[in-house]
Design a protein around this ligand. Structure first.
Ligand SMILES: *Cc1c(COP(=O)(O)O)cnc(C)c1O
Length: 383
């Protein structure tokens, strides 16, 4: 048996084609979740499958004590959208964030006189499930068990409140630009730019958790590109491997960690980094051809139309790119919508207390979008 860690829907999917899934009875579903922003190039993507297959027939894994060409190539791609910097590969978002925290802590230990170690995060954030990323997560419900937690975290209510939390022990601020699990809440671009400038002046690191927003999810390679900032550290995971587990840290701080300070057995192996290269290549073409921007616009128009058509249910449309939400007036109706959508064979997600969240594959077709929103409307009409 499995441990009881998930409230699962009773369904077994056996086949996937782009944003379409089939269960064991061959019932068809439209997938507006892509495994919580993971299957960025769609289910059963042939190019990705072939790349993984060819790689698996050659070398899946060696060890990070040897050079790994696919890892070096993927690092180059990630850095090319960032500026000058280096990359560390892990296996998940939480691990990428752990790495960022370690870089920040060591930076504060070397450069702070006296040592700086405090990390400020935001209320309503989400940074992962390990002991320290749980502590970094600014939601009390995540701190109910599992203590004692590591010290040195403090929470700001919003971007402007960060300034009042800074003291001479503060080494870094870690934020999402669009809070994902928190409800799909984008921060104001000017506020973020000012924050980045202010932190730079005070020699405090800016860590941007792009585990959910990274790799074209918002329409740009990084959400940081969309916001016009270059953080000291960016963390990635979800969409990067198209479903193959991978996490990454991109940073200008290339000489803080030394051999022995940090590592990972699986992180950045041939299989996951080969997958990452293919995902980045596929999505680069989608972006360059204008197709991704078209899809974003098409999806957004549908959401705006629905918000207008059902003003008694929905408050507003939020998010960027294909990281979107419809905010409901009441949280009970939100839960009802997600449940009824599933029963109508449409997969959508919850986020925060009031958001129906949409994270479709970035390659979703217009036909799939049409079909998904038809199903969605059927649910709304019957509420
Ligand atoms: C999903 C998520 C994480 C955690 O990633 P895991 O791969 O589940 O460890 C961290 N930060 C953000 C913003 C996320 O959306």
């Amino acid at each position: 048996m499995l441990l009881n860690t998930y409230a699962r829907f009773d369904v077994k999917f056996v086949k996937g084609i782009n944003a379409t899934l089939f269960d064991e009875k061959r019932e068809k579903y439209i997938d507006f979740t892509s495994g919580i922003g993971v299957v960025s190039v769609g289910h059963g993507n042939e190019r990705l499958a072939n790349a993984i297959c060819e790689q698996a027939k050659n070398i899946i894994h060696i060890s990070n004590i040897y050079r790994i060409p696919t890892q070096e190539k993927l690092a180059e791609i990630l850095v090319s959208h960032y500026g000058n910097g280096g990359v560390f590969f892990a296996n998940s978002g939480a691990e990428a964030n752990e790495t960022a925290l370690k870089i920040a802590r060591k930076y504060g230990e070397i450069n702070g006189k006296p040592k700086k170690y405090k990390i400020i995060t935001l209320e309503n954030s989400f940074h992962g499930r390990t002991i320290s990323t749980l502590k970094a997560t600014g939601q009390p419900k995540f701190h109910q068990y599992f203590g004692p937690f590591p010290d040195g975290f403090d929470y700001a209510k919003n971007i402007n409140d960060i300034y009042s939390k800074i003291d001479d022990k503060t080494v870094a601020v870690m934020i999402e630009l669009i809070q994902g699990e928190g409800g799909v809440n984008p921060f104001d671009k000017d506020e973020i730019k000012n924050l980045a400038n202010e932190l730079k002046k005070r020699d405090i690191l800016l860590i941007v958790d792009e585990v959910q927003t990274g790799i074209y999810r918002t329409g740009e390679f990084y959400a940081s590109n969309l916001y016009g900032i270059t953080p000291d550290i960016i963390t990635l995971a979800k969409g990067l491997g198209g479903g193959v587990p991978i996490g990454a840290v991109v940073t200008r701080l290339t000489d803080v960690l030394k051999p022995g300070d940090h590592g990972s057995t699986f992180g950045g192996n041939y299989l996951s980094t080969r997958a990452g290269i293919e995902v980045c290549d596929i999505l680069k073409e989608e972006k360059k051809s204008g197709k991704l921007d078209e899809t974003v616009k098409y999806f957004e128009d549908k959401l705006v139309e629905i918000a207008k058509e059902f003003p008694d249910i929905f408050d507003e449309v939020s998010g960027y790119g294909l990281m979107r939400a419809l905010k409901t007036h009441k949280s009970e109706i939100r839960d009802e919508i997600v449940k009824k959508s599933f029963e109508n064979r449409l997969l959508v997600l919850k986020a925060g207390t009031h958001s129906v969240r949409f994270l479709p594959p970035l390659t979703i077709s217009k036909e799939e979008i049409d079909e998904g929103f038809e199903k969605f409307k059927e649910v709304l009409i019957k509420l």
